[in-house]
Ligand binder design. Structure first.
Ligand code: SAM
Length: 214
């Protein structure tokens, strides 16, 4: 969507330099198996943000097979710990296997279950939170994420522009996508208007927000 459909996006993608050999392998395996993982534009942005923020405690919602958790682990400081949450039983063993392959089992904690239930039980604080799970739930995760995010912490949310649907009239959106549409618009409104956050909505990949807690 957005950039993806046009030649600018193709050009930007042609400059992509990849990651470590193992990350590139895991990315190819995920794409082969139709597992949704962060796009290359989002990877670049995350790497840049990690370099800038240097987080020590990362929370991720939506592990899939562990690609983005491993990417964050690789590009954050070596003493950073990543806690990541996944509820899809078929993906959990693959993610664990990938963490073993990378030798990162000590640095990554995989919590199995529904993100909404699990985040309520976490203590925090986290200085970097990456939200990449059920899009319709972002607005419901938000109060807990604010509780868990420390001051100056980064909240990064992926897939916020819904393949372009979000800029359409509600009636142009397929009926089955309208709940996500409504909730995502509400989420973006809250991020932009929350007095404790400074937020930028970035039309890259499928749309990413970057919020910093004041
Ligand atoms: N962050 C991953 C990456 O880039 O490598 C991709 C995550 S994928 C887009 C979203 C994942 O969130 C899926 O694997 C899905 O099973 C998981 N998910 C969806 N709803 C969830 C929930 N309520 N609790 C936990 N995980 C959930």
């Amino acid at each position: 969507m957005i950039l993806e459909e046009n030649r600018t996006a193709s050009y930007i993608r042609s400059l992509y330099t990849g990651n470590t050999e193992l990350l590139d392998t895991i990315e190819q395996e995920a794409l082969r198996d139709y597992v949704p993982i962060i796009r290359v534009e989002t990877q670049s942005l995350l790497k840049l943000l990690l370099k800038q923020k240097k987080p020590r405690r990362i929370l991720e919602l939506g592990t899939a097979v562990g690609f983005s958790a491993l990417l964050m682990c690789e590009y954050a400081p070596s003493d950073c710990h990543v806690t990541t949450i996944e509820n899809y039983e078929k993906r959990i063993p693959v993610a664990k296997h990938n963490f073993e392959r990378a030798g990162k089992c000590d640095q990554i904690t995989l919590l199995e279950g529904d993100a909404m239930e699990i985040i309520k039980t976490l203590d925090g604080p986290y200085d970097f939170i990456f939200v990449d799970a059920a899009k319709a739930q972002y607005i419901h995760y938000f109060p807990e994420l604010m509780r868990l995010l420390e001051q100056d912490g980064y909240l990064v949310s992926d897939n916020v522009l819904q393949d372009g649907d979000l800029i359409q009239s509600r009636f142009a959106v397929e009926r089955r996508n309208r709940t996500i549409y409504k909730r995502m618009r509400e989420y973006l409104y809250v991020l932009k208007n929350h007095e404790e956050l400074e937020t930028s909505i970035i039309p890259l990949g499928d749309g990413v927000t970057l919020s910093i807690k004041k």
